[in-house]
Design a protein around this ligand. Structure first.
Ligand code: TPP
Ligand code: MG
Length: 788
């Protein structure tokens, strides 16, 4: 069991601890405000564009983050910080001495600290990138599941495990992916996850509706979470105990969000007027209100739970006492103590130079001392702040460089051979995975597969039969136990290597993100393999982008694809996925035609997961059975496959035409080619295994004169240079024709690009290919038009 039970220790008295945290909180408020101000108002602006930053979003989280980072968090904990609080996170690291002033000064500038926490670009430790709201929340649940895998395998000592914490904005809770993750988290019995909501009741556009906030408790509790609501700060709770206090509390409870926010903005006097009017029949409450001056009243009304260190520390202690996942709703004020606090338009609000000057004076900071870490604190508060930092476990949370030795990925000769019988790329993929599962190597033990309810139909079933599904508690396949015939064994165990997901593609990509970050998070490489139907990549596209943005490493096998799935339905035909594959940085798109190509590419994809400069791979596969080419896999053919293309039939010198095909269109290309060759014996047939690799290589070569790689020639230039400019190329793919139409620009050949531009009509292959002009006769027509 992970070590969550240790109480949060402190050598300091509670009062001193709180005094120190309060001082540090004040520093976070200032430094985050000043970092943003500096970028917008002090640093020279060369292009006239708004730099931006979110002072109000930072101010609502500083108390929360002070309590967490300066007291509660341990280095093994992993945190996703809401995007707009990035300046607070950097300020924390600055105070710990791990972030430089120079980086703060370059906030949102080239090479400076990023707008939103970024694993790959920021110089400080960032556990999870954030930016696209909702994703950073959900990924923490999946990461806790990955930690549970390592714990269950006995590869991680409980004392090395941590908690997975997301600090999120309240409006993030509108993102549907959070609930998809919640469902999945419940099914997988996840634990040690805290989602802490900065409930400032404001989104980007305006004040958020209070309607849902009674319901979140139900939703999360239904899913097995403990919900801690921190509505009132300690001072408010004390006031409620005074005569007339209960009525004040009721007034607050009944007050709609927008009115509360407006009064917060208007301040003490406005509070007094409104309360006096509404509570005129409650003399004791009026008396209580009268006992405060305007400033004290204004402060009291905004000292909500999320701004009260006493309340927060108690809540975190409670949260740490069990491993049950926690939703902590911390009521806050957006922009608290800033001139636009509570204003519905404050999301991107920036203090003016006058206003920041006033804040500086109010915090006792001398002009010119803006970057001094502990400026504005009395000597005693400085001392307390130092004491608190000295005992904060997080002070040891350095940006770790991982030490695990690299895992050796099998060479091509050791990769299982899917054979030469008639087969589809999907079947070849399944066979290789199945054969890998027979092996007991370190490499194979690190393969973890996952799929959103399409494990069986994407041919992962063989792997899962052998390696089992992961669950912290073992369970047998009831059908097997009862001797009911089934090719699938659906047995769970703590050693299982497959994580079965419900049908939610966002979850697939977030699971792949978490698995793909295992080496960074847990110092243990995983080779994640996810399968999905190709059209549904689009469903999880932002999560896929999110995975790539933070350099998570994985393999995605998407199948079936294109119109070639024919009778399986027009709705599922995928056209634009090749363009997604080409357009997504960090992901290499492959589309093999034959089993031996799948073998070469899958090996490369595993290798790319491990390689320092590697990345993730997307294999666009098909269910179409093709006769295999009778050939041995020479080293040069394997190289060409990995370089993106090879001549299946080389054109003769000066040839006037070639057909360039990709993936499952191989038979049509070959049929047309055989006919073409009768009249034009020099024609060529180009097999393309990765339009993406070809294109990237060509782009790199094109810019090489200016990037210090002068003389670089791309693979596709070499291949096409045997054909003269002006000769013809018919390109063919079961997908968007623009995937390959650019080939004409490489050497000045003329292109007729065949592909699919519509979708939706079911049919068998002959009808479907005829409909989309992908058949041999369409290819010959295109060739004829080029030759004419
Ligand atoms: C997926 C996505 N959609 C839209 C945005 C633009 N956006 C950034 S912050 C924000 C509102 C966030 O409000 P909340 O989560 O309550 O944060 P806070 O009030 O703390 O700033 C929006 C719509 C985004 N970053 N990501
Ligand atoms: Mg908000």
């Amino acid at each position: 069991m992970p070590d969550t039970s240790t109480p949060i220790e402190s050598e300091l008295s509670r009062t001193d601890l709180i005094e120190g945290l309060d001082a540090l909180e004040q520093r976070l408020l200032w430094l985050s405000s000043w970092t943003i101000h500096n970028a917008n108002h002090v640093r020279p602006n060369r292009d006239g564009l708004k730099v931006g930053g979110h002072q109000a979003s930072c101010a609502s989280m500083t108390t929360l983050m002070a309590a967490l980072y300066f007291h509660v968090l341990r280095p093994k904990d992993r945190v996703a910080v809401k995007p707009h609080a990035s300046p607070v996170l950097h300020a924390v690291e600055y105070l710990f001495g791990r972030q430089s002033q120079e980086q703060l000064e370059r906030f949102r500038g080239y090479g400076g600290m990023q707008s939103y926490p970024s694993r790959t670009k920021d110089k400080i430790r960032v556990d999870f990138s954030t930016g696209s709201v909702g994703l950073g929340v959900a990924v923490t649940a999946f990461a806790s599941l990955v930690q549970d895998m390592w714990l269950a395998r006995g590869e991680m000592a409980p004392e090395d495990s941590g908690r997975f914490i997301s600090l999120l904005g309240d409006a993030e809770l509108d993102e549907g992916n959070i609930y998809e993750a919640l469902i999945e988290a419940y099914k997988h019995d996840i634990r040690n996850t805290w989602w802490i909501v900065d409930y400032n009741r404001q989104s980007l556009d305006a004040t958020t509706s209070e309607k849902m906030f009674d319901r979140f408790d139900d939703i999360f509790e239904t899913a097995g979470w403990d919900v801690l609501t921190l509505k009132y700060g300690a001072r408010q709770r004390a006031a409620f105990k005074k005569p007339g206090g209960a009525r004040l509390r009721k007034w607050i409870d009944d007050c709609p969000n927008d009115l509360y926010a407006a009064l917060t903005y208007q301040g003490g006097e406005a509070w007094r007027r409104r309360l006096t009017k509404d509570l005129k029949r409650s003399p004791k409450t009026l008396e209580l209100i009268e006992s405060y001056d305007d400033d004290t009243l204004g402060n009291l009304m905004t000292e909500l739970g999320g701004h009260c260190l006493v309340t927060l520390l108690e809540a975190f202690e409670q949260a740490a006492a069990s491993e049950t996942p926690k939703l902590i709703i911390a009521y806050t004020t957006k922009g608290r103590r800033l001139p636009f606090q509570g204003h519905k338009d404050n999301h991107s609000g920036l203090m003016t130079p006058t206003q920041i000057g006033e804040l500086r004076d109010r915090l006792g900071i001398d002009e010119g001392e803006e970057w001094a870490p502990l400026a504005g604190l009395s000597a005693k508060r400085q001392e307390r702040a130092r004491q608190v930092m000295a005992e904060a476990p997080w002070r040891a949370a350095t940006k770790e460089t991982r030490s695990a030795p690299s895992v050796s990925v099998p060479g091509l000769s050791e990769m299982p051979d899917p054979g030469r019988g008639k087969s589809s790329t999907q079947v070849a993929f399944g066979k290789i995975m199945n054969d890998l599962a027979r092996e007991e190597t370190d490499f194979v033990s690190r393969i973890v597969t996952t799929s959103p309810d399409v494990t069986v139909s994407t041919n992962l079933g063989g792997f899962v039969n052998r390696k089992g599904l992961f669950s912290r508690s073992a369970s047998e396949d009831v059908f097997k136990k009862r001797k009911i015939a089934s090719p699938q064994i659906w047995a769970h165990s703590p050693k299982g290597q497959h994580i079965e997901l419900g049908i939610a593609e966002n979850n697939l990509f977030l699971m792949l993100t978490a698995l793909g970050l295992s080496k960074d998070l847990f110092d243990q490489r995983i080779f994640p393999v996810g399968t999905v139907y190709d059209p549904f990549i689009a469903r999880g596209l932002d999560a896929l982008n999110y995975a790539c943005y933070q350099d998570a490493r994985f393999i995605l096998a998407a199948t079936p694809s294109g119109v070639t799935l024919a009778p399986e339905g027009g709705a599922h035909q995928s056209l634009s996925s090749p363009l997604i594959g080409m357009g997504q940085p960090g992901l290499t798109y492959w589309e093999p035609a034959y089993s031996d190509e799948v073998r070469v590419i899958l090996r490369e994809a595993f290798d790319a997961v491990e390689r320092e400069e590697g990345g993730s791979s997307y294999l666009r596969l098909s269910t179409r059975q093709l006769e295999q080419v009778d050939r041995d896999m020479s080293a040069s053919l394997a190289d060409d496959i990995l370089n993106g293309a090879y001549w299946a039939q080389s054109p003769s010198e000066g040839a006037s035409i070639a057909i360039a095909y990709c993936g499952a269109m191989a038979p049509e290309a070959r049929e047309a080619f055989e006919q073409l060759r009768e009249d034009l014996p020099g024609a060529g047939l180009l097999a393309i295994t990765s339009p993406d690799v070809l294109h990237r290589d060509w782009m790199a070569a094109s810019r090489s004169p200016w990037t210090g790689e002068a003389g670089r020639t791309s693979h596709i230039e070499r291949l096409l240079s045997t054909m003269p400019p002006g000769s013809g190329l018919v390109t063919l793919i079961d997908g968007a024709p623009s995937t390959l139409s650019w080939l004409g620009s490489v050497k000045g050949q003329r292109v007729r690009a065949l592909g699919t531009e519509r979708f939706g009509q079911t049919g068998d292959l002959p009808d479907t290919y005829a409909e989309h002009r992908l058949d041999a006769s369409a290819i010959l027509d295109a060739a004829a038009s080029l030759l004419a």
